[in-house]
Design a protein around this ligand. Structure first.
Ligand code: COA
Length: 255
């Protein structure tokens, strides 16, 4: 088998990693953050942008993260500009429990990624959102909670590739775990109803499960930081300390 040429790079960051000063915050982001009154949304938006700017800057060797601007297309998908010009790469973003991941794939091939924690998923959840073969995979798994979150994450990754997100019925994409591995990554694929396959990868670190999928074959993602801090990550929910913040309050507090 010939190795696919395309290889995403990826970076994980936690709330603790985000620089407390506002130097890295571009004007569009500052305006967006200032409008956010719920700490959870503020903190997720800020962390996600921090991780994405770092990932793009490291991948494309851009000196100042302030030059990297992440905006959302009308459907919500992230787009990246460097010094005002769209870059020739697709990025995918996700955050969960005070951790964010960004993947960068040079070129125009679409990629999606999704970070989940291993949490209980009810039978109703699995039967409502999973296909029958996926339900059987969960039922047969050594650890059904891990499997349910892994399959859910891979579905979300695929729905980000398709740019529909949860507007699309999650049973229209079916996840299969594959045998092949590459380092910490294991293979998976997501099949659309048309029969088209979106190849991807997954890994687990502690309570976190991370997946990705793409429009075509991709090599296992290469971490931009070694070892990835996700390997020692613990989920947290800092926003709960102060759920609401004053609109327009200065970056960075509260996180
Ligand atoms: C895509 C989606 C499944 C991700 O939700 P989630 O699991 O709660 O959140 P994650 O942290 O994993 O991912 C969030 C990131 O996904 C990306 N994203 C959002 N919509 C996307 C889409 N249509 N295609 C690809 N990526 C998308 C964004 O970068 C977002 O982060 P940001 O808003 O800070 O830029 C969800 O946002 C969704 O279903 N969106 C479409 C429907 C919707 O409500 N849209 C409203 C915005 S137009």
């Amino acid at each position: 088998m010939t190795m696919p040429v395309l290889q995403p790079t990826w970076l994980a960051a936690s709330l603790e990693d985000v620089a407390p000063d506002a130097e890295w915050v571009d004007e569009a982001l500052a305006a967006r953050l200032a409008r956010m009154t719920y700490t959870k949304r503020y903190s997720e938006a800020r962390l996600g942008r921090w991780a994405a700017k770092q990932a793009v800057a490291k991948t494309m060797r851009i000196e100042s993260v302030r030059d990297v601007v992440i905006r959302n297309a009308p459907d919500g998908a992230p787009e990246t500009l460097v010094r005002g010009r769209l870059i020739d790469a697709v990025i995918a973003m996700t955050d969960r429990s005070d951790w964010a991941v960004c993947m960068v794939l040079p070129g125009r091939t679409r990629i999606g990624c999704d970070l989940e924690i291993v949490e209980p998923r009810s039978r109703a959840f699995v039967s409502d959102y999973f296909t029958l073969p996926e339900q059987e995979t969960v039922a047969a798994a050594d650890d059904p909670a891990v499997m349910a979150n892994l399959i859910w994450s891979a579905k979300e990754s695929a729905l980000k590739v398709l740019r529909t997100g949860l507007r699309q019925d999650t049973r229209t994409v079916e996840v299969t775990l594959l045998e092949h591995t590459d380092g910490e990554w294991r293979g998976l694929e997501v099949k659309e109803q048309t029969g088209r396959i979106l190849p991807g990868w997954w890994l687990r670190h502690n309570e976190f499960v991370l997946t990705c999928a793409a429009e075509g074959p991709i090599a296992a993602p290469r971490s931009l930081v070694n070892p990835t801090p996700l390997a020692a990550a613990q989920p947290s929910h800092r926003w709960m300390e102060q759920p609401q913040r004053a609109a327009g309050s200065a970056v960075p507090d509260p996180r």
